[in-house]
Write a protein of this length. Structure first.
Length: 182
């Protein structure tokens, strides 16, 4: 009998820890309007880094370091990737970023999903939507979004890691204006 009571309390404790993580992640996401960060991105072994700003819902501006003046911008509807020599424009809803940049979507998915704890440092949620498999990762201490894994529209495996996160700063609204093609 004592063994069953121990198992019950152990399972109850584990489920409460997971529920507590969900609550803290959801509370944190709910209180964020925008955040900026440094990033490192690995696309099929090619590593790039730079700085980004995300503003909910669905806006992002990224400047890549050491790379042909590469920028990535979403105004919430379209996504543009521009370098000195190329210009690509995509409907945002055709990319995995459409889901990653939508905090209401993330919160709804987190509520439904089971979490995985990785090395007692990361909280991971995995979801599949519209043939997009996306892993999102949160810090186990701050409950901040710290990265994601997905396959991009060219079927490249993409891992993005965030660091130096700063939340709810005053940002210029025009940074999310799509650049011209030139």
């Amino acid at each position: 009998m004592v063994r069953y009571i121990f198992i019950f309390f152990f399972l109850f404790f584990i489920s409460n820890v997971n529920a507590d993580n969900k609550e803290k992640i959801i509370s944190n996401l709910s209180n964020i309007n925008n955040f900026d960060f440094k990033f490192e991105q690995n696309i099929n072994g090619k590593i790039e880094n730079g700085n980004c700003t995300i503003q909910y819902p669905k806006k992002i501006f990224c400047e890549y370091a050491k790379s042909n003046n590469k920028i990535m911008v979403s105004n919430g509807k379209s996504l543009v990737i521009k370098t000195r020599v190329s210009y690509y424009r995509y409907p945002l809803d055709k990319t995995p970023l459409n889901f990653i940049l939508d905090k209401k979507f993330l919160i709804n998915e987190i509520l439904k999903l089971e979490e995985r704890i990785i090395d007692n440092k990361l909280i991971n949620y995995n979801f599949l939507i519209n043939d997009n498999e996306i892993n999102i990762f949160f810090d186990n201490q701050t409950f901040d979004l710290i990265g994601w894994q997905n396959t991009d529209i060219y079927q490249n495996f993409n891992i993005t890691y965030l660091s130096s996160i700063r939340k709810n700063r005053v940002i210029s609204k025009n940074i999310f204006s799509l650049p011209s093609q030139n």
